[in-house]
Design a protein around this ligand. Structure first.
Ligand code: GUN
Length: 285
């Protein structure tokens, strides 16, 4: 039976480290770390995420600047705001909550954020830096997954790592991070043939395909570390991951629950990136 990886506890530890460093920056250098969060429109899920980000800022001692814009905001207006925030010294990190309304080109907005303030690590410059292993920011979810794997004491070197999902936000950067830790990495997706056989070879399995209960126990190698990035809402209103937990926990050595696994890590890593941004902008480290 697998040990459950407590993402909430690990996220609390990460936020405590960030809060301690933020307090030191304030005391020794007079610096207050600031994160600007921009939300456009009334997407209820986005609203919840943005509120959680604001609360996390307060908890670690950051200033947060919230910009809640009307659904009808034009691309030009949003670009103008991003440019103002790029120049605002109180703002160390800028996060534009996605998805944006359909009339706004997300790529144009992401490209306008200064790479030095891009705490999501979505800007092509930061994506490129991850490819060459010379980065300041890691995308929050894959960085959180790495921290969870680390918390199990698993050495990634030489292990068979399988990532299911190839999104720009999770699957692709996740594969790069596992590769940098000397994993032997396979990326699978919805068109992969023999997915079950590939998964059965995985010592470390990261699932980010966005399909409820997609990975079942019979696809998991005995003793594998299983990380479930999925967050799906079932018809009965319950949340579930991309991994069928009950059958998977019988095979895995470690497994993340949903909720309470990867989810809480994402915001903790966002706080860490914002602290890194503040230190870099102040010429520290
Ligand atoms: N929407 C859902 N997740 C994210 C995220 O990590 N960053 C941003 N900017 N928007 C999101």
């Amino acid at each position: 039976m697998a040990q459950i990886i407590d993402g909430k506890a690990v996220s609390v530890a990460v936020k405590a480290e960030v809060a301690e460093e933020a307090a030191k920056l304030k005391e020794e250098k007079g610096l207050k770390v600031g994160l600007a969060v921009v939300i456009v429109g009334n997407n209820p899920a986005s609203r919840v995420y943005v509120n959680n980000k604001k609360k996390a800022c307060e908890a670690v001692g950051f200033q947060s600047f919230e910009y809640a814009l009307e659904e009808s905001t034009t691309q030009e207006q949003l670009l103008d705001l991003v440019n103002v925030l790029n120049r605002d010294d109180r703002v160390n990190g800028i996060l534009v909550q996605l998805p944006l309304p359909k009339h706004i080109d997300e790529k144009a907005i992401i490209n306008a954020i200064s790479p030095d303030k891009d705490v999501d690590a979505f800007h092509p410059v930061n994506v490129g830096r991850i490819m060459i292993g010379d980065y300041a920011f890691l995308p929050c979810t894959p960085a959180g997954v790495m921290r969870l794997i680390e918390s199990t004491g698993t050495d990634i070197t030489g292990k068979q790592c399988v990532v299911i999902g190839r999104s720009n936000i999770v699957g692709k950067p996740q594969a790069m991070l596992l590769l940098q830790k000397n994993g032997t990495v396979t990326i699978c997706h919805s068109k992969t043939k023999n997915l079950r056989e590939v998964c059965l070879g995985a010592d470390i399995l990261v699932v980010a395909i966005g399909k409820a209960n997609f990975v079942t126990g019979d696809m998991i190698k005995e003793g594998a570390v299983v990380i479930d990035v999925g967050m799906n809402r079932l018809d009965n209103g319950k949340l579930c991951g991309d991994v069928e937990f009950e059958s998977a926990e019988k095979k895995a050595s470690f497994i993340t629950p949903v909720p309470g696994g990867v989810g809480p890590m994402t915001i903790a890593m966002l706080m860490k990136n914002t602290l890194t941004a503040a230190k870099q902008q102040a010429g520290i480290e």
